[in-house]
Design a binder for this molecule. Sequence first.
Ligand code: SF4
Length: 80
Amino acid sequence: MSNTAQGLRVCPTRVDGSPVLFAHKVDLSRCQERQRQRYHKCFACAWNNSYVSQHGEPALTAADDAAPAPEKEETTAKVG
Ligand code: SF4
C-alpha cells in the first residue's frame, strides 16, 4: 500500500510491502508532522523521508484506495 489516487499516503506503508493490521490515509503535511514527532510507525515505513531519499516513493497498488479516509480535523473553536 502506498500513495492513493487522491495524493494521500497509506499510513503506514511497510518497506517490505507486507500488510498492516490498521492503516489509514494521511496527507503530506500530516505525514511530515508525524515524522517530526517520531511517530512509532515511521521508522519502518516506505514514506519515511530517509527511505524515500534512497529508494524513491513507493508504488501505487490497487489496495491503496481501500484504506480508510483521513479523519476530519475539527476547524471550529469551541466557545465557552
Ligand atoms: S512516514 Fe510515518 S506518518 Fe508518514 S505514512 Fe509512514 S508511518 Fe505514516
